[in-house]
Design a protein. Structure first.
Length: 92
């Protein structure tokens, strides 16, 4: 019986880019840890570990609300001008 060999690609250097052993997938195997590095051992700090302060969160939220109100006001103004144009000019 012949052993099936994996194909060797020229650009494959053997590194794992993304660990596909994700819980919920049919091939998930909880016995293997496949070289996961704990977060405390990484060299770079996580950008998500430091949260925003209350003041930054309020400013961020207020900026998002202002942007939404600006977009909504442009749509409302466009509809008002369209209705005025249609009633005063087009249907006269």
């Amino acid at each position: 019986m012949r052993k099936v060999q994996k194909k060797q690609f020229d650009d494959d250097d053997g590194r794992t880019i993304v660990d596909m052993n994700v819980e919920g997938m049919p091939w998930y195997d909880r016995r293997h840890d496949f070289g996961r590095v704990p977060e405390s051992e990484t060299n770079q700090p996580s950008p998500y570990s430091t949260g925003m302060t209350d003041r930054e969160l309020r400013l961020y939220t207020w900026g998002a609300v202002k942007a939404g109100l600006l977009v909504a006001s442009v749509f409302v103004l466009t509809w008002i001008l369209l209705v005025l144009f249609m009633t005063k000019v087009l249907f006269r």
